[in-house]
Design a protein around this ligand. Structure first.
Ligand code: RIB
Ligand code: NA
Length: 309
């Protein structure tokens, strides 16, 4: 395996509207669609669409959503040997609203995602150790992510951790275990307690994360402003910009970045990390030009050749 993801599967229920509703407001939307989402699966499918051999460790409910989801993963060539279907719980769902300007808000009901256990991770140990990169996020209990990361680092498997969605109570090992700690601005802000609005702020947040929280490499993704990368404590952070695109739907763009980064780390380890970040940001920028999450992620044959050179 190139990339294994221990993480979430959600069915996305996406309503499009001119603007996001305010508290207490009811508005009429313009369009509705369902999609395959969940940060874990999004990241896994991104890497798979780029050509990596990918596997998922996950749980879905024994309902129509769960059956559909399993079929989707199989259709996307994701190894599903460690994806379990569980009774008496709903498949994870995300109720998403997308406004005309591309911004969104999301309510997640984890359902089966919350039932992943340490024994599921133990059962996946052979899979994890045979992979080049493990990716984890915050849509499953953090003890499970920790167990997966420990197993990966024991076997010298590179670990990317995307602390999304933002969570305040944080086991300190979640900072120090991953090789790459990759929050977006909001998550970096919550974790460091400092505002992260500008490139300069992000550089400060990187320094805080490496110096005061024990992170190894830090990548803060900043949407249309690209990303800020600090290789390790004491080294100057770098800003890696990305070209502007007309955003249609930014949902899951961060996942497209993380999955692409995992793809390059696993399949092109000789590339300098800033170059991987540049390419991953480009791929994520392509995903925001189309509606939806996984369905908007480009396949290798839809991307320019320089992405793979
Ligand atoms: O990052 C986007 C994802 O977050 C969506 O696919 C949705 O499922 C939520 O989990
Ligand atoms: Na999209």
């Amino acid at each position: 395996m190139d990339v294994v993801v221990v993480g979430s599967c959600n069915i996305d229920l996406i309503s499009y509207a001119t603007h996001l509703p305010k508290e207490g407001e009811t508005i009429t939307g313009t369009k509705f669609s369902t999609g395959f989402g969940g940060k874990g699966a999004n990241q896994c499918v991104t890497a798979g669409k780029l050509g990596a051999k990918v596997a998922m460790v996950s749980k879905v409910g024994n309902d129509a959503f769960g059956q559909d989801y399993l079929k989707n993963l199989q259709d996307c060539n994701v190894n599903c040997g460690q994806v379990k279907v569980v009774d008496d719980v709903s498949t994870g769902v995300a109720a998403i609203t997308v406004a005309d300007n591309g911004s969104n808000c999301i309510i997640i009901v984890p359902g089966a995602n919350d039932l992943l256990t340490v024994s599921d991770v133990e059962a996946a140990e052979d899979l994890i150790k045979s992979s080049k990169v493990l990716v984890c996020q915050n849509e499953i209990p953090s003890v499970i992510s920790l167990a997966a990361m420990k197993s990966a680092s024991n076997h010298k498997v590179k670990v990317i951790y995307n602390p999304a969605p933002a969570q305040k109570d944080f086991n300190p090992e979640l900072f120090s275990l991953p090789d790459f700690f990759c929050p977006n601005e909001t998550e970096a802000e919550l974790l460091t307690g400092c505002p992260v609005e500008s490139i300069d702020d992000a550089m400060k947040a990187c320094r805080d994360l490496t110096e005061n929280h024990g992170c190894n490499s830090v990548i803060i993704t900043m949407g249309k402003n690209g990303a800020v990368y600090q290789q390790r404590r004491g080294v100057d952070p770098l800003h890696i910009p990305v070209d502007a695109v007309a955003a249609v739907d930014t949902t899951g763009a961060g996942d497209s970045f993380i999955g692409s980064l995992a793809y390059f780390l696993a399949t092109r380890p000789e590339l300098p990390v800033p170059e991987m970040i540049k390419r991953a940001s480009f791929i994520a920028s392509v995903s925001v030009t189309k509606p939806g999450t996984q369905i908007s992620y480009p396949r290798a044959d839809e991307l320019p050749a320089h992405i793979f050179s």
